[in-house]
Design a protein around this ligand. Structure first.
Ligand SMILES: [Zn+2]
Length: 96
């Protein structure tokens, strides 16, 4: 018996991550990335960046980075399980 589903990674369309983040952060498009004021520190210089190709965020001001689950954990102050539940319930994300 093999149990090889140790990696739980979210499955979603490219736009979904941006859709979710843009509910919290106002994003501006800049070449292949999206920028905005970081929601995790006092920012007025658009330090917060999203890579649509990789579905990750990174802030060059405070160093926060990660994927959609980390984003929800940070911005909603929730656990991994709560964040996954929120993504499923509110955004219809399929997480295997
Ligand atoms: Zn920041």
């Amino acid at each position: 018996m093999s149990t090889s589903n140790s990696n739980s990674s979210p499955i979603f369309q490219e736009e979904s991550f941006i859709d979710i983040v843009s509910k919290y952060v106002s994003l501006n498009e800049s070449r292949n990335i999206l920028k905005g004021n970081c929601p995790f520190h006092r920012d007025s210089t658009n330090s917060f960046m999203i890579s649509p190709a990789k579905n990750i965020f990174k802030c060059f001001g405070c160093g926060q980075e990660g994927g959609v689950i980390e984003f929800i954990m940070l911005i909603e102050n929730k656990s991994v399980e709560e964040s996954i539940a929120l993504l499923k319930n509110q955004f219809g994300l399929k997480i295997s």
